[in-house]
Design a protein around this ligand. Structure first.
Ligand SMILES: Cc1cc2nc3c(=O)[nH]c(=O)nc-3n(C[C@H](O)[C@H](O)[C@H](O)COP(=O)(O)O)c2cc1C
Length: 341
C-alpha cells in the first residue's frame, strides 16, 4: 500500500478555493497536512496552459493533484504530463455532483460505472509511480444515469457500495476518500448537495471493516478536533473542506495530531507576517494579490477584529495589498493578533 507520507488529515479539493495562493497560506498554518489542488480536467491538462494549471511552490508539499475525466487514455496522458511537476499523489474525482462535471460523465456520475473507474485508476497508475487515489461518495441518485451496475438510477445501500468498492479496488487505488453522503445528480445544486442528504458516517466505517486492507479516508462535515479523533478510531484518515477554508485557524491544530507534537505556538500575527512576503512577491510580478488575500477572509473567525479584517482585505483601496496587511497589524486588536491560535 503506497501511502508514503503517512498523512492523517487532508484539505479537500475545492474549485475556486484551494488554488496555489490558498495552499501557500494553509502551509503557514500546518506543515503535515496533505493539500489538494482544485479539480483540473484531464483535457485541460492535455490542451491548456500547463504551467498555469500545474505550477506550485515547493512549500506546498505534500500536495495531491485532483484530476477529473472519464477517458482512460486521456487520464493516462494527463498523469504523464503531470509527472514533470512531481506531485506527491494523483487523485481521480468520482464524487463531484456538478452538472458541468457529471453531465460530461465525470465526477459522481462515474459511480454508475465502477468497471470504468477501475480502468481509469489502472491507466493512471501505469503512468506514474506516485500513489493514485480516488474520491467518491457512499452512493448516487439520478433520474438520468443508469447502467447495468445501477439499473434503477441510484444506489444507496451498503451492499451496493460494497460491490462498488470490490470492483474499483481491483485496480488497487492507494486510498479511497469517501464523502459520507449520497451524490444527487439532478434537482440539487452542488452547494445544496454538500449538506443534503444527511451524512452517513457509519456506512464509511462499515466499509473500512469490510475492506481492512484498503486505506479509507472519510470526508464530510468534519469541524472539530474531537470529530477528527472520533473518525480516526474507525478509519485511516480524514479530509476537511469547508471548515478549513472558513476557519483557517482550525488548521493550526492539525500538526499536534502527528507523533504527539505539541500544539503550535503560532499567532495570527505570525501568519500575516508569513504571508506578507508572498503578497509582496505577487505585487512585484504584477499578479492578482487581491485573490490571494481573499482566501484569508476567515482568519479571525469568532474573534474580535473579524469584521475589521474582512473589511480591510476586501475593500478596494489605493494602497497595495501589502500596505493593507502592514496597516492591519497596527489596527487589529493586539491581544488577538498575539494570542496563540
Ligand atoms: C467551493 C467548493 C468547491 C469544491 N470543489 C471540489 C472539487 O473540485 N473536487 C472535489 O472532489 N470536491 C469538491 N468539493 C467538495 C469537497 O471536496 C468536499 O468533498 C465537500 O465540501 C465535503 O467536505 P466538507 O463538509 O468538509 O466541506 C468542493 C466543495 C466546495 C465547498
Amino acid at each position: 500500500m503506497n501511502n508514503s507520507f503517512n498523512h492523517i488529515i487532508s484539505i479537500a479539493p475545492m474549485v475556486d478555493r484551494t488554488d496555489r495562493h490558498f495552499r501557500y497560506f494553509a502551509r503557514l498554518l500546518t506543515k503535515n497536512t496533505l493539500l489538494y489542488t482544485e479539480m483540473i480536467t484531464a483535457q485541460a491538462i492535455i490542451n491548456g496552459d500547463r504551467k498555469k494549471l500545474l505550477d506550485f511552490s515547493p512549500i506546498e508539499n505534500p500536495i495531491a493533484l485532483q484530476i477529473a475525466g472519464s477517458n482512460p487514455e486521456e487520464l493516462y496522458k494527463a498523469v504523464k504530463i503531470a509527472e514533470e511537476w512531481n506531485y506527491d499523489e494523483i487523485n481521480l474525482n468520482a464524487g463531484c455532483p456538478s452538472d458541468r462535471v457529471s453531465g460530461n460523465m465525470m465526477g459522481a456520475s462515474l459511480m454508475a460505472y465502477p468497471e470504468l473507474i477501475a480502468e481509469m485508476i489502472s491507466s493512471m497508475k501505469s503512468a506514474t509511480k506516485k500513489p493514485v487515489t480516488v474520491k467518491h461518495r457512499i452512493g448516487i441518485s439520478s433520474s438520468k444515469v443508469t447502467s447495468s451496475f445501477m439499473p434503477y438510477g441510484s444506489f444507496h445501500d451498503f451492499e451496493h457500495l460494497s460491490d462498488f468498492m470490490s470492483i474499483i479496488n481491483k485496480a488497487a487505488p492507494d486510498r479511497n476518500i469517501i464523502h459520507a453522503r449520497i451524490a444527487i445528480l439532478e434537482g440539487l445544486s452542488p452547494k445544496e448537495n454538500r449538506d443534503i442528504p444527511p451524512l452517513n458516517y457509519d456506512m464509511v466505517y462499515a466499509i473500512k471493516k469490510e475492506f481492512t486492507n484498503s486505506i479509507i479516508e472519510i470526508n464530510g462535515g468534519i469541524k472539530t478536533l474531537d470529530d477528527i479523533h472520533e473518525h480516526l478510531t474507525h478509519v485511516d484518515s480524514v479530509m476537511i473542506g469547508r471548515e478549513a477554508y472558513s476557519n483557517p485557524a482550525f488548521m493550526a491544530r492539525f500538526d499536534s495530531l502527528y507523533n504527539c507534537q505539541t500544539l503550535t505556538s503560532l499567532t495570527r500575527r505570525d501568519v500575516i507576517e508569513g504571508f506578507l512576503p508572498y503578497i509582496e512577491n505577487l505585487e512585484n510580478k504584477g499578479e492578482n494579490a487581491h485573490l490571494a488575500l481573499s482566501h484569508t477572509i476567515g482568519l479571525f473567525q469568532n474573534q474580535p477584529g473579524s469584521s475589521l479584517w474582512k473589511r480591510l482585505i476586501s475593500t478596494p483601496s489605493k494602497g497595495t495589498k501589502s500596505t493593507i496587511l502592514r496597516d492591519a497589524l497596527d489596527s487589529l486588536p493586539h491581544d488577538v493578533l498575539d494570542k496563540k491560535i
